[in-house]
Structures are given as structure tokens and as C-alpha cells.
Write a protein that binds this ligand. Structure first.
Ligand code: ADP
Ligand code: MG
Length: 321
């Protein structure tokens, strides 16, 4: 690596977000040295985002930096983990200082907000690709998993669904709607809010959890397959924002809510005896929770229409291959 590239790391990444006292050695040596937390297990997640595949090439540097970490925080949230450290493998076409400055601000600003420290990484030249690896803590044995949903459990989602997918369509000019709704949806795509506090709250309450990155239908199916169960989801209960309704009419909004990716909400199941525990979350005014259906013994995901008719709609969700 050339001297100037090393200086760039020093200038833009060395500050590393939050300062944590469980970091013995951070950026600057051959490796990071980190202190384990007694009685806990370490959760490790990693996600790569590629320009033109996971985000439009026109996206700003700050939004790219934010997104690279947010998608990983969302995975930590889905595991019930408390964020601690991350590393960054960054491939950029050139060392553009303005771009790096914006990128580091987007990423490290989010890291700081979740008390997370950037402790290392690698920087290479090539088509814009960002890989973040993130680590978080859970008390031993308490991580949330995809497996564990039981017949009779309530199926819940956070926030609203389909906004990010619609926001992407607005961004690339495939949908037109009023300016307010359009910018609300666009923001949901550009700045997804990882549900980190809720993930930790759900330890000991949820029987399974996943984050919604590829669309509710696809992601809920992962939970059901891992759990060996099925579910009936009530289409009338899907949380759909006023902005999405304003931009996508009727059935299109429902299709977006079921099949659109990039929302980074959590989908989780709760046994009947523990549903009342969600009251404490609601009382503290956290992100809204909506019960959208019920886990059943018969495998498969089915949708219940407003009139009570059960349909086997096929919603693909996002697939790379
Ligand atoms: P080496 O050649 O030994 O792999 P590097 O010159 O690649 O070392 O990295 C020097 C230091 O800078 C290391 O601590 C590494 O973790 C850190 N680093 C490199 N790139 C990044 C990056 N994009 N973000 C954060 N830390 C980085
Ligand atoms: Mg290196």
C-alpha cells in the first residue's frame, strides 16, 4: 500500500467511531486485540454491498458508508446481540478524498450511535465494493435464532414494510408520486434504521427472529423452514405506511410489502404466554410492533385475504442467483 493510501486510512478511519475499553489494540497494528466479555457469546456477522447490485451507483458516499454498517447492525439485531466492534474491507476505484470523507462520516457516525468501534480493515483498488464484519455480544445461550417458532406463536414485524423497495423505485425513476411521500420512501431506502434495541429486548421473549432484507415473504419462509412450521399471515394486517399507499395503489402496495427487500425491519415470533411482555416495549414508545399472523403446524406460508380466504400467493423476494 502506498504512503498516501496509508495516510488516508489514518485520516478517515483511524478515529474508529466509538472508543471502547474492550479494545486493547485498534487500527494501526497488524491485527486488532480485543477483550472477551465473561459469561457472553460473540456473534459475528458479515455483509458485502456492491455498487450497481445492492445500491445505485449514484448513491452518495455518506449513504454508502451508512448502508454498509446498517445492514450488519440489522443482522446483529436479529441475533439479539449488542454491537461491539466492526472491521471494514473497502475496495474503491480511486482514492477520492471527498468521497472517502463522506463515506467515513456515514459509517462512523452510525458506529458511534451504537457504541461500536471500527478496529481494522483492508483497503484495495477496484470496483466499489464494501464488506463490513461486525461483532456483538449476547449473554451465553440467549441469541435469537431462525429456528424455534412453535405452532400458535404470534408472527410480528416492526415498523412498516415495502417502503425501501418503493423508495428505490422512486430513486431510479420507476415510480412517480408526490414529493413528500417520495422523499419519505427514498429515505427508508437510503437510511434504514437497524432495530438493535428491540433485538436485545426480545431475548427471552421471541421464539425466533430474522431481519427483513429480502422481503417479508422470503425471510419469514426462512424462519418457518428452520423451525419446521408454517404460518398464516393476514394481508389486512400488514403494516403499510401512508407514503407507500400514496405511491403504490391497492394490491401493488401489498406486493411491495411482501416481496420488496431492503426494509431491515425485524420479523419475529412470540409464544402466546409471552406476548404480554411486549407491552413493556410498547410503553416505552419504541418502534411499532404489529402482529400479522400465526405460526401453524402445517409447513408453508399462506396468506389470508380480507374475506377470510386463504391463498397460496407465490412471492419470490430478492434472489441473487
Ligand atoms: P497490512 O499490510 O499489515 O495488512 P494495512 O496497511 O493493510 O496493513 O493496514 C494497516 C492498519 O490499518 C491495520 O490496522 C488495518 O486493520 C487498518 N486498515 C486498513 N484499511 C482499513 C480500513 N478500510 N478501515 C479500517 N482500518 C483499516
Ligand atoms: Mg492489509
Amino acid at each position: 500500500m502506498s504512503v498516501s493510501e496509508f495516510e488516508l486510512i489514518d485520516r478517515y478511519f483511524r478515529r474508529g467511531g466509538a472508543r471502547r475499553d474492550d479494545v486493547a489494540i485498534g487500527i494501526g497494528d497488524d491485527g486488532a486485540v480485543l477483550r472477551p466479555r465473561p459469561g457472553h457469546e460473540l456473534v459475528l456477522v458479515t455483509d458485502t454491498i456492491v455498487a450497481g447490485v445492492h445500491f445505485p451507483v449514484t448513491m452518495s458516499a455518506g449513504d454508502v458508508g451508512y448502508r454498509a454498517l446498517a445492514v450488519n447492525l440489522s443482522d446483529l439485531a436479529a441475533m439479539g446481540a449488542e454491537p461491539a466492534w466492526c472491521s471494514l474491507a473497502l475496495t474503491v476505484p480511486q482514492a477520492d478524498e471527498t468521497w472517502l470523507h463522506g463515506f467515513a462520516d456515514g459509517l462512523l457516525g452510525l458506529a458511534e450511535r451504537f457504541d461500536m468501534q471500527l478496529v481494522g480493515g483492508d483497503t484495495t483498488r477496484g470496483p466499489l465494493t464494501v464488506t463490513v464484519t461486525a461483532h456483538g455480544w449476547v449473554p451465553a445461550g440467549q441469541s435469537l435464532r431462525r429456528a424455534g417458532a412453535g405452532a400458535g406463536d404470534g408472527v410480528y414485524v416492526t415498523g412498516t414494510l415495502g417502503d425501501a423497495a418503493a423508495g428505490l423505485r422512486v430513486l431510479v425513476g420507476e415510480t412517480e408520486c408526490d414529493a413528500d411521500s417520495g422523499s419519505a420512501l427514498t429515505r427508508r431506502f437510503l437510511r434504514p434504521e437497524p432495530r438493535v434495541a428491540l433485538g436485545q429486548f426480545l431475548r427471552g421473549i421471541a421464539s425466533s427472529a430474522i431481519d427483513v432484507s429480502d422481503g417479508l415473504a422470503a425471510d419469514l419462509r426462512h424462519v418457518l423452514e428452520a423451525s419446521g412450521r408454517g404460518a398464516e399471515v393476514d394481508l389486512a394486517r400488514l403494516p403499510i405506511s401512508a407514503s407507500l399507499r400514496a405511491c403504490e395503489r391497492g394490491d401493488a402496495a401489498i406486493e411491495r410489502a411482501l416481496g420488496g427487500g431492503d426494509d431491515y425491519e425485524l420479523c419475529f415470533t412470540v409464544p402466546p404466554g409471552r406476548e404480554s411482555a411486549l407491552g413493556a416495549w410498547r410503553a416505552q414508545d419504541g418502534v411499532p410492533l404489529t402482529r400479522i399472523g400465526t405460526v401453524v403446524a402445517r409447513p408453508g406460508l399462506r396468506f389470508v385475504e380480507a374475506g377470510g380466504r386463504v391463498v397460496d400467493r407465490h412471492i419470490a423476494g430478492y434472489a441473487h442467483f
